[in-house]
Design a protein around this ligand. Structure first.
Ligand SMILES: Cc1cc2nc3c(=O)[nH]c(=O)nc-3n(C[C@H](O)[C@H](O)[C@H](O)COP(=O)(O)OP(=O)(O)OC[C@H]3O[C@@H](n4cnc5c(N)ncnc54)[C@H](O)[C@@H]3O)c2cc1C
Length: 428
């Protein structure tokens, strides 16, 4: 049983207030029901209202309680694979459409923020991917060329430019993607919820969906204090997917990522670390990501233990990483530490499924879900309102359960050790 109170975090402390979304109490009937109130579910709800539907969102805790209210707030376009790789994997047409759509995903976030006046400290200042080793610069060059060929505003950074923009000389170079930016993620989630609700969506917080069955040509969703019947259902539960739909949980591996945030930095420190306000995540297999927030705190994140509420001892490796990147921070105090689940897929791609007639799921953003979950929410809204799957840029895939899913923790630990070793070898 998951603790559904909002865990302490920088975002919980500084977010715009949540609107009250009462728990479902009684039965309801709707055209489209959405399970999960993170970016996927809330974006789906908002896009459905734009298509004339008044959906019902059922969320076990509160809007943004899951990964959406706990992430790094880095709004990064694109996928793990570069456009040319997607074209190789899916063919020129489908791969090209996927790359174009994913490349525009950050713009979708910033457009929604502007259109619905969402107060979430959104800035489109860009994202830097610094290369941890010279050997990775070849990939970085290819990536930049690939996106530039498509007209994307991206540039290579040499070692000196990277050091000046990031504030550390540990990286061999990198690239900047100017389509990207940052948001206060919990405020963004709450803003999506507010916009969806004011356009006609109904959101029920504290409403865990415990059963999903077919009732004639409709779906029936059981909750502790009532049931909802719907023509179509969207499952938007990602790393917090439970046993609601048999097997869906086993299509992703929930990893934990954790972050720490410092006190607001002094003016001098602010000028020396990410002085132009970009977000960054490096090319290590066990990557480190960092940014500053609106108050000038430095946030740094990376892999965490399997816990929603990490201890200060759990934060030690991140603190060490922070000091080796930015020794100028000295013994700065940390104000916050927190963690959440990242849903990872074995092919490193997000998945869009039709699980049964009029039952769709979108999940598995592999740590790149601020922009992608927002985009997948739009795709889910399109599919549920009759758009031909062929006209949705991402292909629908069959859900594949990951073999030996019950062994995921030991397997992950082994994978982490292997990645750590390979990351070390890269630097030799
Ligand atoms: C620490 C951390 C840092 C990250 N940093 C970044 C970043 O900087 N940039 C980036 O792009 N991505 C990042 N990510 C990934 C990103 O946060 C996620 O991909 C994205 O938020 C997923 O949104 P979602 O709506 O699909 O899932 P979630 O936000 O996890 O929402 C799922 C919701 O489903 C609800 N739910 C589950 N089961 C039920 C049920 N039976 N009934 C009712 N409700 C249910 C849960 O309560 C939860 O609120 C990070 C993730 C973490 C954890």
């Amino acid at each position: 049983m998951i603790d559904t109170s909002l865990p302490p975090s920088l975002w919980a402390d500084t977010a715009t207030p949540a609107e009250d979304h009462p728990a479902l109490d009684g039965d309801a009937d709707t055209d489209i029901a959405i399970v999960g109130g993170g970016f996927t579910g809330l974006s789906a709800a908002l896009h459905l209202t734009a298509r004339g539907v008044k959906p019902v969102v059922l969320e076990a805790a509160e809007a943004g309680w899951g990964a959406s209210g706990r992430n790094g707030g880095q709004v990064i376009p694109g996928l793990k694979y570069d456009p040319r790789e997607l074209e190789r994997m899916f063919g020129a047409e489908t791969g090209g459409r996927m790359a174009d759509a994913a490349g525009r995903a950050a713009d979708l976030v910033f457009d929604l923020v502007a259109e619905h006046a969402i107060d979430c400290d959104a800035v489109q200042t860009g994202w830097i991917q610094p290369a941890h080793a010279k050997a990775h610069l070849k990939d970085v060059h290819a990536r930049v060329e690939d996106w530039q060929r498509r007209g994307a505003p991206v540039d290579l950074l040499d070692r000196e430019q990277t050091a000046a923009l990031v504030g550390t000389d540990v990286y061999a170079g990198g690239w900047i993607d100017r389509r990207a930016g940052t948001v206060q993620p919990l405020s963004y989630a709450r803003g999506l919820a507010r916009a969806a609700a004011s356009n006609g969506a109904t959101i029920h917080a504290r409403t865990n969906v415990t059963g999903l069955t077919r009732a004639g040509d409709r779906w029936r969703l059981e909750t502790p204090k009532g049931a909802v019947t719907a023509r179509a259902v969207l499952l938007a539960t990602n790393g917090y997917t439970d046993g609601l739909w048999p097997g869906l949980r086993k299509t992703v591996i929930p990893l934990y990522s954790m972050q720490i945030a410092t006190r607001p930095l002094s003016e001098n420190l602010r000028r020396s670390i990410l002085p132009e306000g970009q977000a960054a995540s490096d090319t290590y297999r066990l990557l480190t990501y960092f940014r500053t927030d609106a108050a000038g705190r430095l946030l740094i994140g990376g892999r965490g233990p399997f816990k929603d509420r990490p201890s200060s001892a759990d934060a030690a490796p991140l603190r060490k990483a922070m000091h080796s990147l930015f020794p100028q921070l000295g013994d700065i105090e940390l104000d916050f530490r927190w963690a959440g689940r990242v849903a990872v897929t074995t092919d490193h791609l997000p998945h869009l499924h039709e699980l049964a007639p009029n039952l769709y799921a979108g999940l598995g953003y592999n740590g790149r879900g601020v922009a992608m979950a927002t985009l997948m929410g739009r795709f889910l809204a399109e599919l549920a309102t009759g758009v031909d799957p062929k006209d949705v840029p991402f292909p629908m895939t069959r859900p594949k359960q990951i073999p030996l899913h019950f062994l995921r923790r030991p397997m992950l630990m082994a994978m982490v050790q292997a990645y750590r070793l390979r990351d070390r070898l890269d630097r030799i």
